[in-house]
Design a protein around this ligand. Structure first.
Ligand SMILES: [Zn+2]
Length: 488
């Protein structure tokens, strides 16, 4: 589990915005970013070591000063908006050349401010909470959020690179777009937008800070998209992952629970508490569904069944049901089966049998929303192990191709790590990665390398020796495929 790094973000408010219907500048992160690519967010990023060298007027302490300095720098770097006293004297052209100097590294942030006699003031940056990325993520940040009024005569402009676009939008419209399923976002973004829908009032900051997650407590219930709760639970899984995503898909009447994977009591009771909360609003859990047999995906099934009692049935593919010894599967799911949830909004999921990582592996597709639950076939953290005989490389590549062929996907929800909002890029990356490995393995074999262990040391030059045992399993899977393909 990685430790959170300091970061700062700016919720930029339009100058003279209507306090009852405020407008905010949000950005779309580039699809190509490994971390939260394709997500909607606010300008911001990691604190730079030089941020602490900047003096910030009226800052209560050095830590806050550093965070404000970082927030101001990120805002300038990403959107070209400079919130500094003295900055109002600069022309648009001067600002642009300053930005160019900063982004190209010709001048540091503290030197730039000093040279142009610009001063940051804490009163321009209203603290609006501090959010810590949950431990299921490959990258983690402890992010301070600041509400900032966009200075007059400055118009935010997305600097190409990390961001693909940005626009002013009323908080109400932004929340509506998320509710309509057009936007994928992390909890702090949504919380900010939802809080702003109630207007800019004297108690605005209090409302921002009213939930414990805005004061650094870890969020466990994550709704990247409406009606799909991602609930990471700690599991004995394969590093670098430490958690498995349990998903709860819900309507006004029903809840489906996918992969309650944790064998640990504290995690099981956290899940049970949240399930109780959803139930108390008039819903019923109808099914527990397993994407595949691995213990980090099924470790909490029996406990959850005991908690829920007779109302629930456990469902899985036949090949998963056959292989599980201490979990009773009540209902089989085959390729093409439809899972229909009653209530509002109606949700239908189609099961896809997608073997490769495991023989009975299932993915679930919500055609209406462009959502694909990918289990362990595609994950937001770490790599996918193809370990024969459960694992099969031919099947796996076929399954990836099938997932790739689904039209209008907008997001992938994997078994580990954050959601993936650039689905086709992600699947292509997976396919290409495997084909590149295969080509290198074939080269090694043709060059006379004969044992899987020797192939690993020749080909897996990018992985640590600790992972060699796993890599050897993958090599065997590749060799099996190459044999079937008639290449060796
Ligand atoms: Zn697995």
């Amino acid at each position: 589990m990685s430790l959170p790094k300091d970061a700062a973000a700016v919720i930029l408010l339009r100058q003279n915005t209507d306090p009852s219907n405020p407008e905010v500048f949000w950005v779309k992160r580039s699809d190509k970013l490994a971390f939260l690519g394709g997500f909607y967010a606010f300008a911001g990023g990691q604190i730079d070591p030089t941020d602490s060298e900047v003096e910030v007027k009226n800052a209560p302490n050095p830590e806050t000063a550093m965070m404000i300095s970082g927030a101001a720098r990120e805002l300038f770097e990403e959107l070209g908006v400079l919130v500094a006293h003295g900055g109002e004297l600069l022309t648009k052209g001067q600002r642009a050349s300053l930005l160019d100097d900063l982004v190209s590294g010709r001048v540091s942030w503290p030197a730039l401010l000093q040279h142009y006699e610009l001063h940051l003031d804490a009163n321009d940056f209203a603290y609006a909470g501090r959010w810590v990325t949950p431990p299921f993520s490959p990258r983690r940040f402890d992010t301070w959020f600041f509400l900032v009024d966009c200075p007059g005569k400055q118009e935010p402009n997305v600097t190409p690179g990390e961001l693909s676009s940005g626009e002013w939008i009323t908080a109400k419209n932004a929340v509506a777009r998320w509710s309509n399923g057009e936007v994928t976002a992390v909890p702090p973004t949504l919380h900010a937008l939802k809080t702003l829908t109630n207007g800019i009032t004297p108690d605005l900051v209090d409302r921002f800070l009213s939930i414990p997650q805005a004061r650094g407590e870890i969020v466990q219930r994550i709704e990247f998209r409406p009606n799909y709760i991602c609930f990471p639970v700690r599991t004995p899984t394969r590093p670098p992952a430490t958690h498995t995503n349990c998903y709860l898909v819900y309507t006004s009447k029903e809840i489906l629970i996918f992969d309650p994977g944790s064998p640990y009591e504290d995690e099981q009771s956290a899940l049970a508490t949240m399930v109780n909360e959803l139930k108390s609003e008039g819903r019923r859990v109808t099914r527990i569904i397993l994407t595949h047999l691995h213990s980090d995906h099924v470790g909490g099934v029996n406990a959850l069944r005991t908690h829920l009692g007779d109302e629930v049935v456990v469902c899985a593919h036949e090949q998963t049901a056959d292989a599980l010894t201490d979990i009773k599967v009540d209902q089989l799911i085959s390729d093409g089966d439809l899972l229909c949830l009653n209530g509002e909004p109606a949700i239908t999921l189609r099961a896809l049998h997608t073997p490769g990582h495991a023989r009975g592996h299932l993915c679930f597709h919500d055609d209406e929303r462009g959502i694909l639950l990918t289990g362990d076939n595609v994950v937001g953290l770490g790599s996918v192990l193809i370990d024969p005989p459960q694992g099969n490389m031919i099947d796996y590549l076929r399954s990836l191709a099938r997932m790739r062929s689904i039209s209008d996907l907008t997001v992938l929800f994997g078994g580990h790590g954050p959601a993936m909002a650039a689905p086709y890029l992600k699947i292509d990356e997976y396919i290409n990665h495997r084909l590149e490995r295969e080509a290198k393995i074939l080269d090694a074999v043709r060059a006379g390398v004969t044992t899987p262990a020797d192939i690993v040391s020749a080909v897996y030059t990018d992985v640590s020796p600790k992972a060699y045992e796993m890599a050897e399993r993958s090599v065997i899977a590749h060799l099996e495929k190459l044999k079937v393909d008639g290449k060796i």
